[in-house]
Design a binder for this molecule. Structure first.
Ligand SMILES: C[S@@+](CC[C@H](N)C(=O)[O-])C[C@H]1O[C@@H](n2cnc3c(N)ncnc32)[C@H](O)[C@@H]1O
Length: 373
């Protein structure tokens, strides 16, 4: 089957960058609603979106929408959809979802009803009563909004932030999708110095290096669609080839520093696993010791917020030190994400732009300071 309705989800704050990524991938007219972009595409498009989007969370096939005022309507609406085009007799069907202002509040009842309706449909259309559920996983997602139901199948599997290279987690790491959003909103480029002075497990620098070297974000991981019997599996290899063609090895001037030796150890490990260790530099260094004689560089960073890692008093001091360090590199752009409300006061400068994000459920601001003229 071809000509899919595709839904691409992205996190709050990342919509603008996901939109421009979609445009670059050939979808200038993708429509956004509540962090979900809808578009039409082929199996190859599904594979390309999964492989090449840096900032999206997941790629779904949208199976259908219907009015859903009660459980009977849920059963009938789901059963009326052509599940046999997507699922086979051995599919392991897992149902999850959310209800927003719907009368159908019980998620577990919705899950059971949806799964029963799908199986009843498949029994009839595939002419079998045996569903061993020992094949590939198909995650069915539903969204009940007021009196409307929409059902999807998740083509990604693990969230797209899971690039496949990070198997140990440092303290308060950024999601890779968020790190890419921050980078794409900054003026970072392969041609100028990039520094993260609070690099933790190295997410920002590692993701930046992968972008600058043209390494596809989905390289090295698997996707659910590639295991489905009813989906064109050849597209996975096609996009792997495209991804290999896009890689362009070059020298980079990207560095991450952290006061904690354990964080630097983790950064080095992740960079190696991500295939960029020969292109980036990580070193134990307190931010108070940072200086650079280089011109026109870029800082993108996620310092402690004064919650989990340091007390409010300590971050006030730390932001002041960071601000003083940045005063010595006036031609650099500085980009900082933090939930600390008075960041600018202690950093000692009013930002040129700030954008709202959520990091680990916490409301944050991403402050951008353009170089001083
Ligand atoms: C929020 S974490 C950064 C997480 C990182 N973005 C990641 O994805 O893993 C903040 C980091 O700042 C580091 N840090 C705290 N005080 C510091 C200082 N004075 N100089 C340099 N690094 C410091 C901590 O060790 C911690 O790793």
């Amino acid at each position: 089957m071809d000509g899919y309705d595709i839904a691409v989800t992205t996190a709050f704050g990342n919509e603008t960058v996901t939109k421009s990524e979609l445009k670059k991938l050939g979808f200038p007219d993708a429509k956004a609603f509540n962090g979900t972009f809808t578009l039409k595409g082929t199996a190859l498009d599904v594979a390309r979106l999964n492989m090449f989007l840096h900032t999206a969370e997941r790629v779904f096939l949208q199976i259908g929408s219907f009015p859903c005022p009660d459980f009977d309507a849920l059963y009938d609406g789901v059963k009326a959809l052509p599940w046999e085009n997507y699922l086979s007799e051995d599919s392991r069907i897992v149902v999850n979802g959310k209800t927003v202002k719907s009368k159908l509040l019980s998620l577990s009842d919705c899950q059971k009803i949806i799964k029963k309706a799908i199986i009843d449909r498949l029994k009839k259309t595939l002419r079998t009563s045996v569903f061993a559920e020992n094949g590939a996983i198909s995650k069915v997602e539903f969204a009940l909004r007021e009196d409307e139901a929409t059902v999807y199948i998740d083509t990604s599997g693990a969230g797209l932030h899971k690039r496949g290279y990070r198997n140990l987690v440092g303290e308060a790491p950024l999601k890779e999708t968020l790190a890419c959003g921050l980078l794409l909103l900054s003026d970072f480029s392969a041609d100028k110095p990039l520094v993260d002075p609070f690099c933790g497990s190295g997410t920002i620098i590692t993701e930046a290096a992968r972008m600058a070297l043209g390494i596809a974000p989905g390289k090295g991981r698997s996707f659910h669609y590639a295991d489905w019997k009813k989906f064109d599996k050849t597209v996975f290899n096609t996009v792997l080839e495209e991804a290999a063609d896009n890689e362009k090895l070059r020298k980079l001037d990207f560095a991450g520093y952290d006061a904690d030796p354990a964080a630097i150890k983790l950064s080095l490990r992740h960079a190696k696993q991500a295939g960029v260790s020969d292109y980036v530099h990580f070193q134990v260094r307190n931010v108070s010791e940072f200086s650079s004689a280089k011109k026109y560089g870029c800082i993108v960073t996620n310092p402690p917020y004064g919650e989990r890692l340091l007390s409010a008093r300590e971050v006030e001091k730390l932001y002041k030190i960071f601000g003083d360090v940045c005063k010595k590199i006036p031609d650099w752009s500085i980009n900082v994400i933090t939930s600390f409300p008075q960041f600018e006061k202690y950093f000692g400068r009013k930002c040129d732009k700030n954008r709202k994000f959520f990091n680990a459920g916490k409301e944050c601001r991403y402050y951008s300071f353009v170089p001083k003229k």
